[in-house]
Design a protein around this ligand. Structure first.
Ligand code: ADP
Ligand code: MG
Length: 696
C-alpha cells in the first residue's frame, strides 16, 4: 500500500512539493496567485523557477518546455536545455523567473484563423500556475496559455480559464442572494476517455488507419458486439499489461486514474479519472491521451482515439461530467433541506435555460470530422441536444413549469414568502443512456464530445452559457424591488422553466419519433460539422461570448475559420486516402483474383469441355461487376472531391465535403466491402475487421 501511495504525484511539482521546497513567503505569495488570481512579481517567479529547476533536475530533467494547447487540439512543446555554457568549456544550469512566466515560441505554423500575419509570427506562452508542472521524458513541462502578440488567445486553455472565471463571478452573485460568500466557485470535470487498442502489426498494414486514424474500408466482422461479452469482460493479458503501466505512469503525474474496463465494442476500453477542477482535468486528459499512445507501443499495440475507427460497432466518446461548486458544497447537489432545494433549483434552472438558449453553440463545440460518424450512430447520443433529468426531478420541474402543484411533489407555503420544497431522493440511477446531456445525481454528464478532442471547447461554451443564465438571474433578483427574494426567485424559476421546457426529454434519443418531435419543438439538429459550425458565428453567440468576456468577436471568427479549415483538410486527407487505396490496394488484388478464377475456368474447360463451371462463372461475374462498381465509385468520388477542392469559400467547401463527398465515400466503401467476403483470404491485401478486433 505504501509503495502505491508513494508513487503518486512523484513527477509533478505539486502543492505538496511547493510547500516543502519554496521559502515560506514565496509559497504564500504563489498560493495567493493560484487561489485568488493575483499577479505574480518577478522576485517570487525567480524563486519558484529556481526551486522548480532543482526539483526537475533531481527528477531527471535536462530541458524545460512551455506546454500549451494550440487550436489543433493537440498539445505542443518546444524544449530548451537548462544548460548554459559559461565560456571556459564548462556550463551551469539556468532557469529564470522570466523563462518560467513567459515563452516566445515561433508561432507561425500554428493555426490562427487569420489572427496573425506570418511576419508577425511571435506568440506568447504564459505560465498557468493553477495547473501543476511535471517532468515527462526528461523535460520539465510547464502548463501555459498561448496568445498572439496583440493579446488574442491562440489556444484552448485561455478561453476555458476565462469561462471558469465568469462562472465563479456569477455563481458568487447568486450565492450572495442566499447569504453565502464562498471565496471561489469552480467548475469540476471528470472525463471518461474511451479508446481502442489494436496490434501494431495490423495497424502498419492499413494505410487508412495510419493516415486517418479510422478504417475507410472493411466488411463487418463475423462477430461484432451483439453478444455483449466484451463490456466489463476479462481484460486481455497484453491490454492488462498496458493498463497497469498506464496507471503507474498517470499516478506519477498525479492523474487520479480510477476506473478502467473493457467497453462495449471488441477491442474498446475506457479510463476514468477522479474529477477535479476543469482546467487541471483537461490538462490531465491531454496528458492521459498522450501517454496512452506512447505506452501502447511498449506492448506492441496502437491506441486509436478516433471517434469511429470501425463501422458497425460502437465509436468512442469522452463523457464530460460537469458540476460547479465551492470548497464547501456542490451547487448541483439537490441537498436535504428545503432552503437548499431552492438554491439547487436556481442553479438547475440556469443550466436548463443555458443549454436551451445555446444548444446550437454546444452542438458546435463538439462538432468534428470524426464525431460526425458517431453522433446519431446507434451507441452515441443523437446530434440533437436535450436534457434528461431522471423521473423524480422531471416531475418537480414539470410541475413548476406548468405553474401548479404536482401531487405531493411540490409543496409551497407562500404566506411566509418562503418556497418550501420537499427533500429529494437523490436519483443516482441514470436510466437513459441515449441522452446527450443527463443529470446524474449531482452533476451533468455531457456525452457528446468525441474521444479525440480537447474538451476545453465544450466546457468553455457550457460554462459561458451557464454563467450568462446565472447573470440574468442575479440581475433580475437585484432589481426585484420589495418583493421577498424567495417569492421572486420562485416565480423566476417558474417562468424560465416554462420557457425552456422544450429542451427536456426523457424518451429514447435514438428513435425516429424523437427527430420529428425535436423538429416540432424547434430544437436544432445539425447532422454534420459543416452544418454545425456556422452557429459559432451566429450573432447571438458572438454576443454571448463577447459580453461575457470569454472570446472577442475577432477570436470567435478566427476559431470558426480554424475549425472549418481543419474539417476541410481532414476530409481531403480521407478522400485522397480512399481513392488511393481503392485504386492501388484493392483493385489490383480483386482483379488478380478474378483473373485467377477466369484462368481456372479456361484451364478446366480446356481439359474437360463438358464441365459447366457455373458457380465459378457466377463468382467471376460478381467479381467483375464489383471491379466496375469500384472504378465507378472512384470516378464519382474523384469528381466530387475535385469539386470540393475548387470551392473558394471554406464554408461552401465544407458543405460540399459533408453533403456530396462523404456520400460518395460511402458508396465507394460499399463497393469495396462487398468484395471482401468473396475474395480469397490470401489475396486480401489488408487485415480485416476480424483480424483487427479479435487479436490475442
Ligand atoms: P459512468 O457511470 O458514466 O460510466 P464513471 O464512474 O465511469 O461513470 O465516471 C464518472 C466520472 O464523473 C468520473 O470521472 C467521476 O470522477 C466524475 N464525477 C463524479 N462526481 C462529479 C462531480 N460532482 N463533478 C464532476 N465530475 C464528477
Ligand atoms: Mg459516462
Amino acid at each position: 500500500m505504501t509503495d502505491l501511495t508513494k508513487k503518486y504525484g512523484t513527477m509533478v511539482f505539486s502543492d505538496h512539493v511547493m510547500k516543502q521546497r519554496l521559502p515560506s513567503d514565496t509559497y504564500k505569495k504563489l498560493a495567493e496567485t493560484i487561489k485568488e488570481g493575483k499577479p505574480l512579481d518577478l522576485d517570487v517567479a525567480n524563486s519558484v523557477a529556481h526551486a522548480m529547476k532543482e526539483w526537475a533536475i533531481e527528477h531527471g530533467a535536462t530541458h524545460f518546455a512551455h506546454w500549451f494547447q494550440p487550436l489543433t487540439g493537440i498539445t505542443s512543446e518546444k524544449h530548451d536545455a537548462f544548460l548554459d555554457p559559461i565560456g571556459n568549456g564548462t556550463a551551469i544550469t539556468k532557469f529564470s523567473g522570466k523563462e518560467l512566466i513567459q515563452g516566445e515560441p515561433d508561432a507561425s505554423s500554428f493555426p490562427n484563423g487569420g489572427l496573425r500575419a506570418t511576419f508577425e509570427a511571435r506568440g506568447y506562452s504564459a505560465w498557468d500556475p493553477t495547473s501543476y508542472a511535471f517532468v515527462k521524458d526528461e523535460v520539465l513541462c510547464i502548463p501555459t496559455a498561448f496568445c498572439s502578440y496583440t493579446g488574442e488567445a491562440l489556444d484552448k486553455k485561455t478561453p476555458l480559464l476565462r469561462s471558469m472565471a465568469v462562472i465563479d463571478e456569477q455563481s458568487k452573485r447568486v450565492l450572495a442572494l442566499f447569504g453565502k460568500h464562498p471565496a471561489k466557485v469552480t467548475v469540476n470535470v471528470g472525463t471518461e476517455q474511451e479508446y481502442f487498442l489494436i496490434s501494431e502489426k495490423d495497424y502498419a498494414r492499413r494505410q487508412d488507419l495510419m493516415m486517418c486514424g479510422r478504417t475507410l474500408f472493411g466488411a463487418p466482422p463475423c462477430k461484432g458486439q451483439e453478444l455483449d461479452e466484451h463490456y466489463f469482460g476479462a481484460i486481455r493479458p497484453t491490454v492488462n499489461d498496458f493498463m497497469k503501466e498506464l496507471d503507474d505512469v498517470l499516478w506519477g503525474f498525479a492523474v487520479a486514474a480510477k476506473t478502467k474496463h473493457n467497453e462495449v465494442a471488441p477491442a474498446q476500453h475506457e479510463l476514468a479519472p477522479v474529477f477535479c477542477n476543469a482546467n487541471r482535468a483537461i490538462d490531465e486528459n491531454l496528458l492521459t491521451m498522450e501517454m496512452m499512445k506512447l505506452l501502447a507501443s511498449h506492448h506492441g499495440l496502437v491506441c486509436l482515439q478516433h471517434e469511429k475507427p470501425f463501422e458497425g460497432i460502437n465509436g468512442s466518446g469522452k463523457h464530460n461530467n460537469w458540476s460547479i461548486g465551492s470548497e464547501d458544497e456542490n451547487l448541483l447537489d439537490p441537498g436535504d433541506t428545503p432552503e437548499e432545494n431552492l438554491q439547487f433549483l436556481v442553479f438547475l434552472t440556469c443550466v436548463i435555460a443555458a443549454v436551451d438558449d445555446y444548444q446550437d453553440l454546444l452542438r458546435m463545440s463538439v462538432a468534428s470530422c470524426g464525431n460526425d460518424h458517431r453522433l446519431g450512430g446507434h451507441e452515441a447520443p443523437p446530434a440533437i441536444i436535450s436534457i434528461f433529468l431522471g423521473d423524480e426531478l422531471s416531475d418537480i420541474i414539470e410541475a413548476l413549469a406548468a405553474g401548479h402543484e404536482a401531487g405531493h411533489a411540490v409543496r409551497e407555503s407562500l404566506d411566509f414568502g418562503v418556497a418550501v420544497l420537499p427533500t429529494f431522493d437523490r436519483d443516482t440511477t441514470d436510466r437513459n443512456r441515449t441522452s446527450p446531456f443527463a443529470f446524474t445525481g449531482n452533476k451533468f454528464e455531457f456525452r457528446m464530445p468525441g474521444s479525440s478532442v480537447n474538451v476545453a471547447d465544450a466546457n468553455t461554451m457550457l460554462d459561458t452559457a451557464v454563467a450568462k443564465a446565472l447573470k440574468d438571474f442575479a440581475d433580475a433578483m437585484e432589481a426585484r424591488g420589495d418583493e421577498p427574494f424567495e417569492v421572486a426567485a420562485l416565480s423566476y424559476i417558474r417562468k424560465s422553466l416554462s420557457e425552456h421546457k422544450r429542451i427536456l426529454f426523457s424518451g429514447d434519443g435514438y428513435s425516429e419519433e424523437w427527430h420529428e418531435e425535436a423538429r416540432r419543438r424547434g430544437l436544432c439538429d445539425f447532422t454534420t460539422t459543416a452544418d454545425a459550425l456556422p452557429s459559432f458565428v451566429a450573432q447571438k453567440n458572438i454576443d454571448l461570448l463577447s459580453e461575457m468576456g470569454v472570446l472577442s468577436e475577432t477570436e470567435v471568427r478566427s476559431r470558426y475559420e480554424v475549425k472549418l479549415e481543419k474539417y476541410n483538410k481532414l476530409m481531403n486527407i480521407e478522400a485522397t486516402t480512399m481513392e488511393r487505396m481503392a485504386r492501388r490496394t484493392y483493385l489490383p488484388v480483386i482483379s488478380a483474383y478474378a483473373t485467377k478464377i477466369a484462368k481456372g475456368i479456361t484451364t478446366v474447360t480446356d481439359a474437360m469441355p463438358a464441365a459447366g463451371m457455373q458457380h465459378e462463372r457466377r463468382e467471376l461475374s460478381t467479381l467483375l461487376d464489383g471491379v466496375s462498381a469500384i472504378y465507378e465509385g472512384i470516378d464519382a468520388l474523384s469528381e466530387l472531391h475535385a469539386k470540393a477542392k475548387a470551392c473558394e469559400c471554406a464554408q461552401e467547401q465544407a458543405n460540399c465535403y459533408a453533403h456530396e463527398v462523404a456520400p460518395a465515400m460511402d458508396r465507394l466503401r460499399a463497393a469495396v466491402d462487398a468484395m471482401e467476403p468473396i475474395v480469397a483470404r490470401e489475396y486480401w491485401p489488408v487485415p480485416t475487421y476480424d483480424d483487427l478486433l479479435f487479436y490475442v
